[in-house]
Write a protein that binds this ligand. Structure first.
Ligand code: ADP
Ligand code: MG
Length: 242
């Protein structure tokens, strides 16, 4: 299942490799050290979940991994190349916890946006957008604006937008947090399917249903990541050299 090389613990030439990530924020009482030296590897074809209490730093980590924020120290690489703020959606797409949909665009236009920005032909944009909206049970809602959708519907639009460019790395921040039992299976199926198609997928979640479809599960606590106990998918040892 995993493309990770068990002899080196690295994802080799594909997938996501982060090493030594540190991030702190200034607070009146002194700096808060949220991430204290994080190593994460997600191989192509792998779905990895990351759990951790609220405030443990999951969203902070995901923002670093996807180029939305810059670490104080450490590196993030995809297929060997550094991740920067302008990393294209085709290399790494983030589904943020706050979704980040453009309010002045319809659901369909939001999903199409990453394809339009890279000049994908119109026919392909339409086909991909229609297919993803249908897979996420959003048929008939393409022309609605985000405020005209429930939060759960908006969350699925944001997932469709992240998946549209078929990113090599997909980073999703609590993608099932606002879904009902009727729509969660479609989201799980697309996340798993993206990994099975060769994507590297990292999901921050509290949801056991997401952990159940993962190859490996990580825990974030005290600013450090560890491999969760009882995990059966683990052919990969987290690098313990930090
Ligand atoms: P989680 O996603 O696990 O709930 P977050 O990554 O959102 O956790 O937050 C981790 C910690 O970092 C929290 O204490 C939060 O207050 C702090 N934090 C996150 N972003 C910022 C920021 N931009 N400025 C200051 N503190 C922040
Ligand atoms: Mg969060």
């Amino acid at each position: 299942m995993t493309a990770t090389d068990p002899t080196t613990g690295s994802a080799g030439t594909s997938g996501l490799v982060a090493a030594g990530l540190r991030r702190s924020f200034p607070h009146p009482g002194g700096d808060v050290h949220v991430l204290r030296g994080i190593d994460v590897t997600v191989g192509a074809g792998e779905l990895v979940t990351i759990a951790g209490r609220s405030g443990s730093g999951k969203s902070t980590l995901l923002a670093l991994l996807s180029g939305f924020d810059t670490a104080d120290a450490g590196s993030v690489r995809i297929a060997g190349a550094p991740v920067t703020a302008d990393v294209p959606w085709q290399r790494c797409a983030l589904l943020p916890q706050a979704l980040g949909l453009l309010q002045e665009l319809t659901a369909g236009e939001n999903v199409a946006l990453p394809l339009r920005l890279t000049r994908v032909p119109d026919s392909e944009v339409t086909a991909t957008t229609t297919e993803l909206l249908a897979a996420l049970r959003l048929d008939g809602l393409a022309d609605r604006y985000p405020p005209e959708l429930s939060f759960g519907q908006q969350q699925r639009v944001a997932l469709a937008r992240a998946l549209a460019p078929r990113p090599a790395v997909l980073v999703a921040d609590e993608p099932t947090a606002h879904l009902d039992a009727g729509t969660a299976p479609a989201v799980l199926s697309l996340l798993r399917g993206h990994a099975d198609d060769g994507g590297a997928v990292l999901v921050a979640t509290h949801d056991d249903a997401v952990h159940a479809i993962a190859d490996r599960r990580l825990e974030l606590a005290g600013g450090a990541v560890s491999e969760a106990a009882g995990d059966t998918g683990g052919t990969v040892a987290e690098d313990a050299t930090r």
